[in-house]
Design a protein around this ligand. Structure first.
Ligand SMILES: Cc1cc2nc3c(=O)[nH]c(=O)nc-3n(C[C@H](O)[C@H](O)[C@H](O)COP(=O)(O)OP(=O)(O)OC[C@H]3O[C@@H](n4cnc5c(N)ncnc54)[C@H](O)[C@@H]3O)c2cc1C
Length: 541
């Protein structure tokens, strides 16, 4: 071993950076090793065409936990968030008054737009927003806590469970029953109980399938909605962007971690964990360099960590079998466009270049998926091994609120695409790349007819690219399905949800641990707390 560190963090994704910060803050000197040339993991900004920069992958924050933003002083390290009043603009090809549904931060404003589709829905929407807010408030507390031990709960576990129970009771009987009932439900049923208009149902239901191998009629899709709502309770989801793209968020996190005392090395891929006498001894890099450390915290996904970085002789066959069964088959791809001008979304009256409402409509996220059947059919394609010809799209045009991302008058469009199965039945992703890009542009052209003529450059990122280039095994954006059998005390595995691994000194801190539901930083913060608990105990011992 050529060098010694008291702790190593594998991967400079946002969770790895948060873990490194909290360790450094109490005097440890963690070394963060990132395989790519840049830190940030799936939260990065890159120039993909001369003069055009875009959030390559994730384009909206989870949002990051306010406590983490405060502790890391991210604003002092250059982070500036953009939070438009517009949450989601959902154009629909055939609705009344041009068919555009506009959902704002403010429920009353949203109701004004919903009323075009249904007066009943407009009346119910503020109640739904408040109800989801109350229920999500309880789940939000749970996100920042370590899941309890099932076999041997400690006094602290019992105390936290008691507090959660109290918060649940505080919801009142009606909301408590709702929470218990909603989790296993299909999100299509849930929205169907509240609303009658398809554009509103589909826009809210889209949160229940975000990143998941689930359609709106799949059982448990409401649980994904609830988990996403725990981070941001708005029914339409988050519209929280970083000035400079999501890379600005992780740049600020890296600066905070380094300022606290962490060391960051890029182009430093870990090929293997060194294990001696049943405990972690350090890591070996792909270059052959060996670095000793008594604590290693992996921000890589669970399958990559246990199946690729560790010699199987160090893990029990039963444990390895369970990791093999951990599901992380992605269904998401990304298309980023450099545009000559802002596209013009039908109908008339939504010309973004000339119309104030139209321009404001493009400041939040744009949802394409006008009804529940559309979402389900898009999933059907993936179920049978094809990418959808009519995919569900979640789009941002960040250059509308942040002109620094494109040359004057030009724009960038970031398109999150679902459903795109990791395994294709016919052909492979490299041969299908352009056909897939064409399907996305064709889908969007039904809503913004001038878009194809405005494209100066197109970047297509397939699920295989997510795995090969960005290190997400199976191309899964959350390092593993957020399904009911893979969350909380079962994330990643029942019995191993407390950030520790079955090798002494090895921990997990990435999205494959609780809560793992997007760019919140909470997996990283929770993991750091557990590492430090053991570290203090060892020092006392
Ligand atoms: C296309 C896409 C769109 C998304 N959209 C959103 C969104 O809009 N909102 C939202 O909240 N979330 C979104 N997400 C999810 C979110 O980005 C992830 O949940 C989050 O980035 C996970 O962070 P992480 O730090 O746990 O892991 P990652 O960001 O995956 O970081 C892990 C890091 O570990 C590195 N690594 C892996 N193996 C090794 C090794 N052997 N040696 C060294 N380094 C290694 C990787 O290179 C990577 O940098 C999206 C994700 C994707 C892919």
């Amino acid at each position: 071993m050529t060098a010694t560190h008291n702790s190593i963090v594998i991967g400079a994704g946002h969770n790895g950076l948060v873990t490194a910060f909290y360790l450094a803050k109490v005097g440890l000197k963690p070394l963060v090793l990132e395989r790519r040339p840049v830190a940030g993991g799936a939260a990065i900004t890159e120039e993909f065409h001369p003069g055009f920069k875009c959030s390559t992958l994730a384009h909206a924050a989870g949002p990051v936990s306010p406590a983490i933003v405060r502790d890391m002083q991210l604003e002092r390290h250059g982070l500036e968030m953009i939070r438009p009043e517009m949450r989601v603009f959902a154009p629909s090809p055939d609705g009344p008054d041009g068919g555009a549904l506009l959902l704002y931060d403010d429920a009353a404003r949203s109701s004004g737009s919903i009323a075009k589709f249904s007066k009943k829905d407009a009346e119910k929407f503020p109640d739904f927003q408040k109800t989801l807010g109350r229920i999500a408030g309880v789940l939000n507390r749970v996100m920042a806590e370590t899941p309890p031990s099932i076999d041997d709960p400690s006094a602290g576990d019992l105390w936290r469970l008691l507090r959660t129970g109290k918060a649940l009771r505080g919801l009142g009987q009606k909301d408590m029953y709702r929470l218990l009932r909603w989790g296993p439900m299909a999100v299509a049923d849930l929205v169907g109980e509240w609303f009658e208009s398809e554009p509103l149902r589909a826009t809210v239901a889209a949160r229940g399938i975000f990143g998941a191998f689930l359609g709106p009629w799949s059982a448990g899709s409401s649980a994904v909605l609830l988990m996403r709502a725990a981070a941001d309770p708005h029914p339409a989801g988050n519209a929280s962007f970083a000035k400079g793209g999501m890379g600005a968020l992780t740049r600020a996190m890296a600066a905070a971690a380094v300022a606290a005392g962490a060391r960051l090395r890029t182009d430093a891929a870990v090929s293997q964990l060194a294990v001696k006498d049943g405990r972690v001894a350090g890591v070996v890099l792909e270059s052959g360099e060996e670095i000793a450390a008594s604590t290693v915290i992996s921000g890589a996904d669970p399958r990559r960590t246990f199946l690729r970085l560790i010699d199987p002789v160090h893990l029990a066959p039963d444990f390895l079998g369970r990791v093999q069964n951990y599901r992380s088959m992605g269904t998401v791809a990304k298309v980023n466009l450099a545009l000559d001008a802002l596209p013009w979304f039908i109908p008339a009256g939504f010309s973004p270049a000339s119309d104030a409402t139209g321009a404001a409509a493009l400041t939040g996220r744009i949802h394409i998926g006008p009804d529940i059947d559309y979402l389900e059919r898009a999933f059907d394609d993936a179920k049978y091994g094809s990418f959808s010809q009519h995919p569900v799209l979640d789009i941002t045009i960040p250059s509308v609120t942040d002109p620094s991302l494109a040359p004057p008058g030009k724009h960038v469009m970031s398109i999150y695409v679902q459903f795109t199965p990791y395994k294709l039945n016919n052909g492979d992703w490299n041969s299908q790349r352009e056909a897939f890009g064409d399907a996305v542009v064709r889908t969007l052209a039904a809503y913004a007819p001038d878009l194809p003529g405005l494209i100066l450059h197109r970047q297509v990122i397939t699920p295989h690219d997510l795995e090969e280039t960005y290190g997400l095994t199976g191309g899964h954006i959350f390092h593993g399905e957020l399904s009911l059998d893979q969350v909380f005390t079962m994330r990643p595995l029942l019995g191993w949800a407390r950030y520790r691994a079955p090798i002494e000194g090895l921990y997990l801190c990435g999205s494959g641990t609780h809560p793992g539901n997007g760019l919140t930083g909470l997996s990283g913060a929770n993991a750091a707390r557990e590492v430090l608990k053991d570290w203090r105990k060892a020092r006392r011992g």
